[in-house]
Design a protein around this ligand. Sequence first.
Ligand SMILES: [Zn+2]
Length: 115
Amino acid sequence: MGWKERKANRKKIASERIKELLEFSEVHRRDEDLSTSSIKTAVAISKRHKIRIASRYKRSFCKKCFTVFIPDKTVRIRIGKGKITFTCLKCGHIKRIPYTKEKIDLKKVKMENKN
Ligand SMILES: [Zn+2]
């Protein structure tokens, strides 16, 4: 195996690990320490390997304090003109997402986060 394949393989393993960690954090979202630490690890791996975190996961946690977003508990979601505002209730970090892009799965986001 050449270095290029090895590198690609490492990236593949890393991105699978990131996915696992983020899914784990969603399952354990009620456990603040557990979910926050798994998100921290996922973000650290993504930075080390320069892998992007899927947009589906990007809006499921605060990128500043790594808290899992739970509507009305850890995050306030406001839908404004053409954008959705996520306010982290832990650290106050504000994240804005253009509405048009997210329009279709907004309902899904809310449903997913409600459980
Ligand atoms: Zn935060």
